[in-house]
Design a protein around this ligand. Structure first.
Ligand SMILES: Nc1ncnc2c1ncn2[C@@H]1O[C@H](COP(=O)(O)OP(=O)(O)OP(=O)(O)O)[C@@H](O)[C@H]1O
Length: 244
């Protein structure tokens, strides 16, 4: 991670090839986002640079803009000013369809509210990540189903739960399913918004370790939001957003 200015590559209009060892995963310059009707920006970030495979702990008080920043980085929101690049591509200038394709191919999200489809099975929820992206599907070796099962196993979800509907799981179990879905198909960037908030300290530390181990295994960069200072020690990079 660096905060020194760097020259910006030219915009491209399609998803670029994947060069995991050399890429800058996230590059931000003077990013500013205001919610409609608000005069005070929810995000006002001068500079951030995260290289491929680096892990960033993002913290700050409630309302500091952590979730908003993750949604900007994930291309779910667009900033009014500044530059935000993912893997050398300027999100601001990409057509919506290309932005959506980039997100499906290369990003794994663990949302604060999990965003599981309640009436789909656990396994089908995890497989969703491979259904919207051919390259993500192809990176599941040998098959998406076996890879989904491996991830659920790694995240210590009992195999007997794979066929259950997501809405029949405990909140902590749903959190593990959301993590497995984010990791399926070797994403190059994982955005995790308080992924362990519903767990007790022991289970939080365990899920957190498994998530980072697995991200390391596929070389993914990680940005994790948490209020838990005990988790920060596992990260080499830290960013505290100031209160608005
Ligand atoms: N959908 C929205 N519409 C308008 N304002 C919003 C919306 N979502 C968030 N905000 C505002 O943006 C600011 C930042 O919110 P955000 O959720 O990003 O903070 P946070 O740091 O993630 O907080 P927390 O730690 O409580 O989850 C807050 O002032 C919040 O009220």
């Amino acid at each position: 991670m660096a905060i020194s200015p760097a020259p910006l590559p030219a915009d491209r209009s399609s998803v670029a090839p994947y060069h995991p060892a050399t890429e800058t995963a996230v590059l931000i310059r003077n990013l500013r986002f205001c919610w409609p009707g608000c005069l005070v920006p929810a995000v006002n970030l001068r500079s951030l640079e995260l290289a491929a495979g680096e892990h960033l702990f993002l913290h700050g008080e409630s309302g500091a803009g952590k979730t908003t920043l993750l949604n900007l980085i994930g291309g779910l929101l667009l900033a009014q000013a500044g530059e935000l690049q993912l893997f050398g591509q300027s999100l601001t200038h990409l057509p919506t369809s290309t932005r959506d394709a980039l997100r499906a191919d290369r990003l794994g999200f663990v949302f604060q509210q999990f965003n599981l489809l309640p009436y789909l099975s656990v396994l089908d929820n995890v497989l969703l990540a491979s259904r919207f992206s051919a390259s993500r599907h192809a990176r599941c070796i040998p098959t998406p189903r076996s890879e989904a099962q491996r991830l659920l196993d790694t995240l210590e979800l009992p195999p007997s739960l794979a066929a259950r509907r997501a809405c029949e799981l405990s909140v902590g179990q749903q959190q593990r399913v959301a993590a497995a879905r984010a990791l399926l198909g070797r994403p190059s960037l994982i955005l995790a918004d308080e992924p362990t908030s519903s767990l007790d300290a022991r289970n939080a530390a365990q899920l957190f370790r498994l998530l980072l181990d697995e991200a390391g295994r596929c070389g993914a960069a990680v940005i994790l939001v948490s209020h838990d200072p005990g988790l920060a020690a596992g990260f080499t990079h830290h960013l505290k957003l100031p209160s608005a």
